[in-house]
Design a binder for this molecule. Sequence first.
Ligand code: AMP
Ligand code: MG
Length: 520
Amino acid sequence: MKLNIKNTFTSENPADSNLENSRRQVTEAVFSYANPKKTNAPKVLHISPEMASELNISEEETKSEFFKNIVTGNEIYPNTKPFAMCYGGHQFGNWAGQLGDGRAINLFEVQHQNKNWKVQLKGAGETPYSRTADGLAVLRSSVREYLCAEAMFHLGVATTRSLSLSLSGDDVLRDVLYDGNPAYEKGAIVSRISPSFLRFGNYEIFAARKDVKNLKVLVDYTIKHHFSHLGKPSKENYINFFKEVSERTLNMIIDWQRVGFVHGVMNTDNMSILGLTIDYGPYGWLEGFDFGWTPNTTDRQHKRYRYGNQPNIGLWNLYQLANALYPIIEEVEPLNAILEQYKIDFEHRSLRMMQSKLGLYTNHKDDLKLIQNLEDNLQLVETDMTIFFRNLANFDKVDKSNSLNIIENAFYNLDDISDEVKIQWNLWFDTYFQRLQMEFHTNEDRKEKMNAVNPKYVLRNYMSQLAIDEADKGNYDLIDELFQLLKKPYSEQPKNQKWFAKRPEWARNKVGCSMLSCSS
Ligand code: AMP
Ligand code: MG
C-alpha cells in the first residue's frame, strides 16, 4: 500500500507546541498532534471499494493486515503524524468555547488523480479536545455514519465520504437514553474521507480569542487549497470566500430538504466550510412529511434543528461565520449583503426544488400556492414523504380519475382518510392536473425527470437499526445489502422493493428509529 502522502495542512498551519495528549485549552494552534489508541481485537466489517480506489488503494490491499491496522489506529502509516483539530462552536444557539476533534483523529493527506483527500478516524481514542468524554465511538453510531455518508453521496448531496467500518474489539460504556442506565456496547471506528474537515468553528475559535493573526493564516490556507479559483487571498477574496461558503451551505440544505434529511445537530462545529454534510450523529430521515420533526431527543423541547428550520439555521450559522471573519474584512456591508442574498436565493431555490419534485419545468404565478397547499395536505394525516413523491410521478395528466389511488400507500393509516381529507386531496389534484396541462412533457418524460430528483430508496431510520441489531449479533450482511441498495437510490430495483416501504409500526417509537440521542 503505497500512498502519495502530502502535508499541506500540518505544514502550512500552526501546530500546538505541546505534544502531550492531555485535555486542555489549546491556543494559537490549528491542531495538536495525537496518536490513535491501540485496540484489542480490530476487525474490518465493511469497506467502500470506490473510496479505497480514490486513495489509490487496491482491493487486494484493503484485505491486508496493514490496511486493517491503519484504519483502526493500530499502526501509523510511515512518515505521517496524526493530529486532532482545534475548533469551537455555537451549540444550540450558544457559544460553547473550545470543542475540537474530541474523538476524531486525522491520519494523513493523500493526493491522487489531482484530488487531495484527508483521511480521518472517528472513535480512535482521546485527544487534547476530548473534554470529559472517552474519544471512542460505538457500533450503533458508526454503522449510521458509515452508511449514511455514502447514501447521501449517491443521492447527489454534498457530503464527507466513508472508507471503512471496523470493530475495535473493545467495549464502550454508553448511557443511550441519558437516564442513568449506562451499558457496555461494542466499540467501533469509522475511517472517513473528505477534501477537508474544516468547520465554521475552526474560524470562530480564533475570532473568539481575538487571535486575528492565526485566523488569517487559516483563512489564507483555506482559500489557497480549497477556493483557489478565487485567486490570491485578499480582503476582496475573503468576501468572495464567504459568499461561496454561503452559496454552498444553501445548496447543501436545499438538497437535504429535497430528500427529507434532518441533520439533527446543526451546531456551527458541525458545519463544513466546504458545504459538505458532516458529522452524522442523531440525524434522521423524514417518514411522515412534517416540518416540525426532529430526530434528536436532546432537541425535543425546542426543536431548533427540526426539518422546516434547517434553512434558517443555515443562515444563523452563516451569521456566526460572518462575525468570525469580520476581523480580517472589517466591513459589515458586504457581509450583510451576502446574508441578505441567502434569503433571496433560498426562496428562489426552494421553489425551483419543489417544482422539480412536482415535475414542473416552467414558472407559473400560482406555483408557490400549489406547493404550500401540497405541504399542508401532506401534514393533514401522516403521509410518507419518499413514497408520496415517488408515486406522484405516476400521476396521469390525461386522466385524473385515479389520483388518490396513486398515493394511497403513502398514508400510514388508511382509517385516517376521512371524507374531509379526501376532499382536500381531490381539490389539490384538480389544481395539479390543470397545472400539468401547461407543461409540454408527456407522462413518460415527466416521470423520468421526477424520478431523478425524488429518490425511491433512502436510509430510513429503521433500516439502519435493523442493520445495527444484526451487526451486534455478528451478522454484517445487512450492512452490505443497504450499502449496495443505496448506491442507486433513484433506480427501480425490483429485487429490493421491500425497502420501498413505510416504516413498520414496531419502529414508530423505538430508540434508534424515531428517537436518536447524541450518545454515540
Ligand atoms: P458533536 O456535536 O456530536 O459533533 O460533538 C461535539 C463535540 O463533542 C466535538 O468536539 C466532539 O469531538 C466531542 N465529542 C463527542 N463525543 C465524544 C466522545 N465520545 N469523546 C470525546 N469527545 C467527544
Ligand atoms: Mg461534531
